[in-house]
Design a protein around this ligand. Structure first.
Ligand code: DGY
Length: 424
């Protein structure tokens, strides 16, 4: 008898469970990834809340003393991934990690676990994680917000999670390739190269890893010297949303000092995010902090403004116009890049394909601000991708064809937590 989609999704989580943490998918990504794991915690919580908490707790066991939470945790060696632990040469003394971070979605998911999936120990676990998340958010503000406006500066495209989005093409063009870099890519032996970044991008990715390594992953020094410094609209929106959820937790636990600290930061970010508003394009975009230039592109991250709770009436109306223009051009919302952009490619990683985690946040935000029809479209498209094409890493926005890895953990998690459920 064939398995239902819920059963298939649970099986994927079980198969990718390495004991306390999951890998995004076997071989292609054989370690623990930061935002993958947080969303995976949400998926687990739908049927095993203890395992959901554990996923996030394991991630935070890799937190560094300064509050930084790495994008990869190398719990065990595995030669199938490049760049592996030795090329990063980073860690917190106990665990080997990468030296860059990833989108801060933990506070949002922890709050959801605490409120929606209550158990005997959920308050205690949320409270213990709250102080760790608070330290991470503080790190973002102290190390990655140079203008003090509430933006998130990234020093590597991988930090955004949207690795090869066209928003990074111009800033990457200003990075010199380090002659010592020797590419040993493994990804293209597992996934069709047409669905992955190009070698020319990997040369920059690895040159930036070499820069960080040369600075001993001193994050303050990297933030001052990196040859790549970009304010990412996606992380800025996700952090602002996470700050709101952290505030709600601080209030719930009666931590007045933390609530005051977070409230002050939220006020700054609500105003500061306007620095990412591109007046000409009428959308929120990422910005190269070294040249001051807006990317001038609408991406799925631009659509996270409602999720972050920002945007005037006029700004939201302009974003909705972009939403409609884009939604009319493709079959499945929300493509990772505007289909009208010259670099758009419906199959290549973050140049067009749809990612379920982003859809979850975009759809949630739209529904929260009362954009019912658009929110429901995103929800339906997300579910249809899984119903019609399975549990891939990402999906062509034009045809729905699965792209990248298969048997993919966060796709299964979002199916369980959102896409496979009726909207209430
Ligand atoms: C990869 O290796 O493709 C990852 O996305 C980097 O985090």
């Amino acid at each position: 008898m064939s398995l239902s989609l819920n059963e298939q999704a649970r099986k994927i989580l079980t198969d990718n469970d390495k004991g306390g943490y999951t890998v995004p998918t076997a071989r292609l990504y054989p370690f623990q990834w930061n935002w993958d794991s947080v969303f995976t915690g949400l998926g687990f919580a739908t049927y095993d809340v203890n395992r959901g908490w554990e996923e996030i707790e394991t991630l935070f066991s890799a937190q560094w003393d300064d509050g930084f939470v790495p994008h990869i945790v190398f719990h065990k060696d595995d030669p199938s991934y490049y760049p592996g632990a030795s090329l990063w040469s980073a860690g917190n003394g106990t665990l080997k990690t990468s030296g860059i971070t990833q989108p801060p979605v933990a506070a949002t998911v922890i709050r959801r676990l605490m409120e929606t999936y209550k158990s005997d120990d959920s308050d205690a676990r949320a409270k213990a994680l709250m102080s760790k998340v608070a330290a991470w958010h503080r790190w973002f503000r102290e190390v990655r917000d140079p203008s003090g406006e509430g933006l998130v500066m990234t020093v590597h495209p991988w930090e955004t999670g949207r690795d090869n989005n066209a928003e990074w093409t111009a800033p990457m063009g200003n990075v010199e390739v380090n002659p010592s870099v020797k590419l040993e890519r493994r990804d293209v032996s597992m996934v069709d190269a047409s669905e992955r970044p190009h070698d020319r991008e990997y040369l920059i990715y690895m040159s930036l890893v070499a820069e960080g390594r040369a600075l001993n992953w001193d994050h303050k020094a990297i933030a001052e010297k990196s040859s790549y410094r970009v304010a990412d609209v996606g992380m800025t929106m996700m952090l602002l949303r996470s700050e709101r959820d952290l505030l709600a937790m601080a209030e719930y636990f009666g931590d007045e000092a933390l609530a005051a600290e977070v409230s002050a930061r939220i006020k700054i970010a609500e105003k500061g995010v306007n620095a990412l508003w591109d007046d000409e394009l009428q959308a929120y975009c990422s910005k190269d902090l070294l040249t001051g230039k807006s990317s001038g592109m609408v991406t799925s991250a631009s659509m996270l403004a409602p999720y972050a709770g920002v945007g005037s009436k006029e700004q939201t109306a302009a974003l909705m116009q972009h939403f409609d223009r884009i939604a009319n051009k493709i079959k499945y919302t929300m493509p990772s890049l505007d289909p009208d952009h010259s670099e758009y490619d419906h199959k290549r990683y973050w140049l067009g394909p749809v990612w379920l985690v982003v859809n979850y946040m975009v759809g949630t935000g739209l529904l929260e601000i009362g954009e019912k029809e658009r929110g429901e479209r995103v929800h339906k498209d997300t579910g249809d991708l899984v119903r019609d094409h399975g549990f891939y890493e990402a999906f062509s926005c034009a045809t729905g064809q699965g792209t990248g890895g298969n048997h993919f953990t966060w796709t299964a998690a979002i199916w369980l937590a959102w896409a496979g459920k009726e909207l209430v």
